[in-house]
Write a protein that binds this ligand. Structure first.
Ligand code: MCN
Ligand code: CUN
Length: 795
């Protein structure tokens, strides 16, 4: 049972003013619940072959030779492909979404354990796997670079010697804010607190692993690719560029997806191998990775080593934040972030606070680990930024002897300061941060919790209360600032209204579980007065949807959601003209009431949207300028991002004997502006909180000093189960986005961003009697125990 508190204090209650049927059940669920979902691995084509990938057992090694003859002799094997074979076609390397290149199949060296070395295409999945064992690769071991802190040592082996003139493991530098102005504030501040913070490497571990089915038709010269992708249009353009095929000859279908969490944004070598395999064999080729392959080789998240400093006055006015970051990008820069934002949106590390100055310097390095970096509900690295600043603010509260909630209330950006320009160049659109935190404190019973904590401490019990508040920047992005590989980040939307008034809306984003088939029908339903059940949502198929950049960074509602509302308004404008002809009055004399136009002052004279749709398709003349339908199409280029916020309070008990952390209560109050479907939002928040709990307490992709991945199965890479997960208590405030047509902001990553610092702050608060002031995730019993003994173990 989950307790859900839904009592906003001073804001509109969206449950009473829902967007198109508010809390409606998800339209996609009947097919999921009845096992009728259609995932990539469900695609079966006549004559389909199966592909398996041989992966490197070593983190860093030169390839001396590869002997595929035994594998080729296997009776069920149709083809064996190596990097050398791909190199002959110019396909051994592919561009990443961050303007780096990545090996499709290794030619010269392997650069991380699990890297793709060769692939086998066989008549069935088992034969393909068996034949991998028959490939003989001779490696010459090289010393690996595993600890990012040593990647730039002068004697460190150079990982990317494939890049012209590369003599070190430097990936990129990035900075934000004003170093001199920040130094000026720091040098005169009463109090400066600093902390070293590691956000460890974690993995999104979606329920469905990555895979694809490639079907190349040599007669038509047409490629159809079913693939687990969060961005089918962007992927198609990349395939078109790499393969030299025109886009209209490539169809990318992203069918039902069993969770993405950013893991399905990058283009993986397996996709390219399957495409090549289909071209080579003339047959459809399926590639589905297993759990270990997913964990060791696909897009990871975080891996930021941060030093943070915060400056304040003695009475608690926060003045400035400064940070220095070492970012571990693995062997290839496979991050998917807008081109001008190599560190994603880490620049929002100033949080929800009104600061005088801020500065960040970042160095990113290559290591012998899997590529990736932006994934796991990260809001483009806002997770790392929020974690850092929320640790610093709680640490400052301790230093000043102030309550961490009160310190935040005193330093928030005030409602009258919006739009608020931050020292690192973001323009926050709206928020009422105090109202959000006060609501969380009210639900939690904050003052009573502090009193209870004091009583328990007397008894030697370790109860902790952690607070975190956050502002996210989601909805990438204004086209003039944001692109991925030159593709501007706008979204298209098409709306067709059939003669009987049923509609179909085509999106350029697609769901991996977020419920788009429901919420987008609700948006259009609200705008047109058509029941959401009468509106079909088409997504995830480049042949049947308009161009757009895909679902990640919680951008679907901010960008495509706006597109859906505006395309529906376009339809309504057309409908008004037709209604004016039907009712024989001027268009301006008509009033829109949800679902119909009526003559002003004469409610008896009205036509419904369904009647208008029939008229639009019917016989006889239509008003000038109206073609025979209500259909409309738009491309929406957002003027700004949206800035959702939240306030989270966590209560933990630490067992003094075993150092086990138990999250007793967790209150999450989110403000994502206008709430389309409160039930779906709660689902998103519950899932995100569970992600955050996992990262805070148990998840880590660790490596030994040889570069062996220690998190290659779900026995080693722990994710939370119902046993560890508390009853989440959620609440909300509503501060609409002023620039979004329906005032909605994104919410899909909020809880993952906001929850880890609340949990860590709570555990550190619980450990106050031990003098613990800092502790890195994951807070496993052994690590907490070490801290209680007075020495923390580095991750
Ligand atoms: N929503 C709403 N009202 C709002 C905001 C959102 O009702 N004010 C609804 C939306 O209509 C949508 C859902 O909440 O149905 C999430 O919307 P949004 O915040 O726009 O995020 P996206 O749809 O773009 O989803 C992406 C986001 C990301 S980046 C990750 S990572 C993540 C997340 O969604 N991956 C998920 N949540 C996930 N949930 C599931 N089940 N599976 C994933 O892979
Ligand atoms: Cu960063 S994980 Mo989501 O943006 O797909």
């Amino acid at each position: 049972m989950t307790t859900v508190h839904e009592r906003p204090t001073e804001h509109v209650d969206n449950d009473q003013h829902p967007v198109g049927h508010g809390r409606m059940l998800r339209k996609e669920d009947p097919r999921f619940i009845r096992g009728r979902g259609r995932y990539t691995d469900d695609v079966q084509l006549p004559g389909m072959l199966h592909l398996a990938i041989l992966r490197s057992p070593l983190a860093h090694a030169r390839i001396v030779s590869i002997d595929t003859s035994a594998a080729e002799a296997h009776p069920r094997v149709k083809a064996v492909i190596t990097g050398a074979a791909l190199a002959g076609q110019g396909l051994a390397w592919m561009p990443t979404l961050s303007n780096d290149v990545q090996a499709v199949l290794a030619t010269d060296k392997v650069r991380f354990q699990g890297q793709e070395v060769a692939c086998v295409i066989a008549e069935d999945r088992y034969a393909a796997r068996d034949a991998l064992e028959l490939i003989d690769v001779e490696y010459e071991m090289l010393p690996p670079v595993i600890d990012a802190r040593h990647a730039l040592d002068p004697d460190a082996p150079v990982i990317r010697d494939d890049l012209d003139g590369k003599t070190d493991n430097h990936c990129f530098d990035w900075e934000a804010g004003d170093a001199a102005a920040t130094e000026a504030v720091f040098s005169t501040a009463d109090v400066v607190v600093s902390e070293d913070v590691v956000y460890p490497r974690v993995h999104p571990a979606p329920m469905e692993t990555c895979g694809c089915v490639a079907d190349f038709d040599p007669v038509e010269g047409r490629l159809t690719l079913w693939s687990t992708t969060q961005a089918p249009h962007a992927h198609r353009t990349l395939y078109a560029i790499v393969a030299g095929l025109p886009e209209h000859k490539i169809r990318v279908i992203s069918p039902d997806i069993g969770g993405g969490f950013g893991n399905k944004v990058p283009i993986y070598p397996g996709y390219v191998c399957a495409i090549v395999g289909s071209i080579v064999t003339g047959k459809p080729v399926k590639w589905m990775e297993d759990r270990s392959e997913n964990l060791i080789s696909t897009g990871f998240a975080r891996d930021y080593i941060m030093r943070g400093e915060i400056a304040a006055t003695r009475d608690g006015k926060i003045l400035a934040v400064r940070t220095n970051v070492l970012a571990d990008h693995g062997a290839f820069n496979g991050t998917a972030a807008p081109v001008k934002f190599p560190a994603g949106f880490f620049g929002v590390f100033t949080g929800s606070y009104d600061l005088q100055a801020a500065y960040c310097k970042m160095t990113a390095v290559y290591t012998n680990k899997a590529p990736g970096g932006v994934a796991y509900a990260c809001s483009f690295r806002i997770t790392e930024a929020v974690y850092l600043v929320e640790r610093l603010v709680s640490r400052l509260a301790d230093e000043l002897g102030q309550d961490p909630a009160q310190l935040r209330l005193d330093n928030f950006i005030r409602p009258d300061q919006f739009p608020y320009s931050t020292p690192t160049g973001w323009v926050y659109d709206s928020g009422d941060y105090r109202a959000t935190l006060r609501e969380a404190m009210r639900i939690a019973g904050y003052d009573e919790l502090r009193a209870e904590q004091a009583r328990r401490r007397e008894r030697g019990e370790l109860m902790g209360i952690g607070v975190s508040t956050f502002t996210e920047a989601v909805g990438a992005g204004p086209r003039k600032h944001m692109d991925i590989l030159g593709l501007g980040m706008a979204d298209g939307c098409d709306l067709r209204v059939h003669p009987t008034g049923k509609a179909v809306v085509r999106l350029s984003v697609q769901s991996q579980g977020q419920g788009h088939e429901t919420t987008f029908a609700q948006i259009v339903g609200e705008e047109l007065g058509i029941p959401p059940d009468d509106i079909d949502v088409v997504h995830g198929d480049t042949d049947n949807t308009p161009f757009g950049l895909g679902t990640y960074g919680s951008r679907s509602t901010p960008v495509s959601g706006a597109a859906a509302a505006l395309v529906a308004r376009k339809v309504r404008d057309k409908a008004r003209i037709i209604a004016s002809a039907m009712l024989e009055v001027a268009p301006d004399d008509l009033e829109w009431t949800k679902g119909s136009f009526q003559v002003a002052g004469d409610p008896g004279k009205a036509v419904t949207i369904q009647e208008i749709a029939m008229r639009a398709h019917g016989a006889g003349d239509l008003p000038d300028g109206i073609e025979g339908s209500l259909d409309a199409q738009i491309t929406y280029n957002p003027p700004n991002l949206t800035y959702p916020n939240g306030a989270y309070i966590c209560v933990v008990d630490v067992d003094p004997g075993t150092a086990q952390v138990k999250v007793r209560r967790f209150v999450a109050v989110d403000d994502c502006g206008t709430r389309i479907n409160p039930m779906i939002i709660e689902g998103q928040v519950h899932g995100g909180l569970t992600d955050g709990l996992g990262m805070a307490l148990m998840e880590i992709i660790a490596f030994d000093s040889d570069g062996n991945c220690l998190g290659g199965s779900l026995m080693d890479y722990l994710i939370p189960t119902a046993l560890e997960t508390p009853d989440w208590e959620t609440g909300y405030t509503v501060t609409p986005s002023p620039h979004h047509p329906i005032g909605a902001k994104g919410v899909g990553e909020s809880a993952t961003v906001g929850s880890p610092p609340a949990i860590v702050n709570a555990v550190i608060d619980a450990l106050t009697p031990f003098g613990v002031t800092a502790l890195d995730m994951p807070l496993t019993p052994s690590r907490v125990w070490e801290a209680m003994q007075g020495h923390a173990t580095p991750p």
